[in-house]
Ligand binder design. Structure first.
Ligand code: PGA
Length: 252
């Protein structure tokens, strides 16, 4: 039985006081949840304070990116040792916004994922097609390319530490959720691909989150699908009441 995982991606939102306020409310509401894994991913500058805020709760903290080099003259970058030194446990890698605006490729996603594993961080590796690709009937080709390209060179043991997130780009921040059938179809495709790349036990054990306009109203149906193991939540993770409701509704 795969444990569900709900992660909030705060993207480039929240000042220090707003982040603290959100964490206060989340702690009260879902700080003791253990039936699903709950992760919050604030911007780098709030990681340390958010880890502090999560002490004595079951909420884990994730970063939104990681650089693959160990220390060095890489202005503006943050490495794995820095993340673990402040208590970060997860890291989102290859989000579509990074692929779209910051030149992220399968190759750089692969390097970042290797660096995360080396430092004992759990990578949340994102894959997903855009609208033009879906409309051209290329969804499965794009997903195959993202999964195989991002995850090449890993062992089965590595794979068990990785969470995959399927995020159709056309559903991110648009209010257009993939239907649970559309999402399930791609999740099943990914699991079958993992079976071919690794083996049945690995494919069955890996968690695949859905992301793209997840809300308290649609999470229950999404996680009821056999291959959907939770959600990566953007907009609805910025308010305590909606994120807490998503966490609660994922347990129904
Ligand atoms: P959204 O974002 O929930 O605002 O659509 C999801 C994501 O980008 O991870």
């Amino acid at each position: 039985m795969r444990k569900k995982i709900i992660a909030g991606n705060w993207k480039m939102y929240k000042t220090a006081s707003e982040a603290a306020e959100l964490m206060d409310a989340l702690k009260k509401d879902i700080g003791g949840v253990s039936a699903v894994d709950v992760v919050v991913c604030p911007p780098f500058v709030h990681l340390g304070s958010t880890v502090e805020a999560c002490k004595a709760t079951s909420i884990a903290v994730g970063a939104q990116n990681i650089y693959w080099e160990e220390f060095g003259a890489f202005t503006g970058e943050v490495c794995g040792a820095m993340l673990t030194s402040v208590g970060v446990k997860y890291v989102i890698i290859g989000h579509s916004e990074r692929r779209q605006f910051f030149g992220e490729t399968n190759e750089t996603v692969n390097k970042r994922t290797k660096a995360a594993l080396k430092h004992g961080l759990k990578p949340i590796v994102c894959v997903g097609e855009n609208l033009a690709e879906r409309e051209a009937g290329r969804t499965f080709d794009v997903i195959r390319d993202h999964v195989m390209g991002s995850l090449s060179g890993f062992t089965k043991e590595d794979m068990l530490k990785i969470v995959l997130a399927y995020e159709p780009v056309w559903a991110i921040g648009t209010g257009k959720t993939a239907t649970s059938q559309q999402a399930q179809e791609v999740h099943k495709f990914i699991r079958d691909l993992l079976l071919k790349m690794f083996d049945r036990a690995t494919a069955e054990a890996m968690r695949i989150q859905y992301g793209g306009s997840v809300k308290p109203e649609n999470i229950t149906e999404l996680v009821a699908q056999p291959d959907i193991d939770g959600a990566l939540v953007g907009g609805a993770s910025l308010k305590a009441d909606s994120f807490a409701a998503i966490v609660r509704n994922s347990m129904n």
